[in-house]
Design a protein around this ligand. Structure first.
Ligand SMILES: [Zn+2]
Length: 262
């Protein structure tokens, strides 16, 4: 058993709230810091499947990338899916912690791991934090040997274990520097260009961001929102299991990408 407050302090050290976006809602979202925790499940999102699994497997804490609640609540009823999830988790005394954009930007967080996973070198934040420039939003780095778009795409597919991904731009473009931003990070296009990157790897982008990328000569690789972030919740589970050896920690086994190819 471990006190929730101690686990929260450790999560906060891995993903300091200071690094989170202004609009975000990170940290302990549902919980009693004095509660005793024995079982922790990590997942990307609170959904019907992850709620079911957490209840069935008797988790005491869910560490979830995407925050719930996210918006301020004026009522908590079972009239909405989110209300149902929260009521069910509270009834089962399951607490919720979300590191979200703090985890995206952290020293060992999603974007750093994504950049390392596709073997970039000289990795630095795309938009460095003002207090600690070693961390910050997104990452950029160099390819050891310059490469083709397909070489980088293959590295991404291998690291994220996905069969295919979407590409915007010239497939013949020579790539020397790559920017990465997990989730929906097409807003990093300008920062990627400013860092002399020829490519931006992200999860998803709107049609208009795709057109903007094409017009600015940046190749966009779209790996899917789920794939671009989900791998990191296994990393977080492993890290918690190492820190708190007395606890049972696992990454959700039921969670699936809601988008399927048919
Ligand atoms: Zn996301």
């Amino acid at each position: 058993m471990q006190r929730l407050g101690i686990i929260c302090d450790h999560l906060e050290s891995l993903a300091p709230a200071r690094l989170s976006a202004e609009w975000d809602n990170v940290g302990l979202l549902v919980g009693d810091r004095e509660a005793e925790i024995a079982r922790i499940m990590t997942c990307l999102t609170i959904t019907n499947d992850t709620v079911k699994e957490a209840v069935k497997q008797q988790a005491d804490l869910i560490v979830v990338h995407h925050p719930l609640p996210f918006q301020p609540l004026s009522r908590l009823t079972n009239d909405t899916p989110e209300g149902r999830y929260l009521l069910e988790l509270v009834a089962a005394r399951i607490h919720i912690f979300s590191p979200h954009t703090a985890w995206d930007s952290a020293a060992g967080g999603i974007n750093q791991k994504l950049a390392e996973g596709i073997e970039l070198s000289d990795i630095t934040p795309l938009l460095p934090d003002k207090i600690d420039p070693g961390v910050g939003e997104g990452r950029s780095g160099a390819l050891a040997r310059g490469g083709q778009v397909t070489d980088v795409a293959n590295r991404v597919k291998e690291f994220l274990k996905i069969p295919r991904l979407r590409v915007v731009g010239d497939p013949q473009q020579e790539i020397n520097r790559v920017a990465v931003g997990c989730g929906s990070a097409a807003t990093f296009l300008k920062a990627a260009k400013d860092c002399d990157c020829q490519m931006l790897l992200t999860g998803e982008a709107s049609f208009h961001h795709c057109l903007a990328a094409e017009a600015s000569g940046i190749v966009l690789l779209l790996a899917g929102h789920f794939a671009s972030e989900r791998f990191s919740m296994q990393i977080l589970a492993d890290s918690l299991a190492m820190q708190f050896t007395e606890l049972e920690v696992w990454c959700s086994e039921m969670e699936r990408d809601p988008i399927q190819l048919v």
